[in-house]
Design a protein around this ligand. Structure first.
Ligand code: MG
Ligand code: ZN
Length: 189
């Protein structure tokens, strides 16, 4: 039996434009150039994708679960239009002061994925635009990949801070991550 090929993706700043004012409505959800096509390429190569996202705007009362569902409906729809698919979205609804176990850099969302899929997440690639995404994934054995979009844009042409897991791979954007992953896979087969 072949194990499932899974990539875990952050949402804001990785798939869509990040916003300091939070993404509160479908109109405010804007995919980054090439990001949806990159996910579709992963899918076509047999990779499943799931999203893990801190959505503290819920806990802060900035938007409702129905708004978040509408945002994700737009994401799934636009992705389907280019032939891609995200299997599931795991999100933390809490505000930072709730001290939950699921807000990244805590690893609760990753444990939920492991449970849902009955998977060990060791070496499963996690892709995000900030250290907390990668710290959360690395805590359960994921392979960390930073994209230099969203909050990661500050690391263009600059070394990573000590906050990042030491094994962090760096890519210009989600599409370059996919290039990397698929060419590595090619070499291994
Ligand atoms: Mg992000
Ligand atoms: Zn939480």
């Amino acid at each position: 039996m072949t194990p499932i090929k899974l990539v875990i993706l952050d949402r804001d700043g990785t798939i869509n434009e990040d916003s300091d004012d939070f993404v509160k409505s479908p109109d405010e959800w804007k995919p980054l150039p090439g990001a949806l096509e990159a996910i579709a390429r992963l899918n076509h190569a047999g990779w499943h994708t799931v999203v893990v996202s801190n959505q503290s705007g819920l806990g802060r009362g900035l938007f409702e679960v129905s708004d978040l569902n509408a945002i994700h409906a737009k994401m799934h729809q636009m992705l389907a239009a280019v032939g891609g698919r995200i299997d599931a979205v795991f999100y933390c609804p809490h505000s930072p002061d709730e001290a939950c176990q699921c807000r990244k850099p805590a690893s609760g969302l990753f444990e939920q994925i492991a449970d849902r899929y009955g998977l060990d997440l060791k070496n499963v690639p996690v892709v995000g635009d900030s250290a907390r995404d990668l710290i959360a994934g690395a805590a359960v054995g994921c392979e960390p990949h930073l994209v230099q979009t969203g909050k990661g844009a500050v690391y263009r042409g600059r070394p990573l801070s000590d906050a990042f897991p030491p094994t962090t791979h760096v890519h210009e954007n989600l599409s370059s991550f996919v290039d990397f992953l698929l060419s590595r896979e090619e070499e291994q087969t």
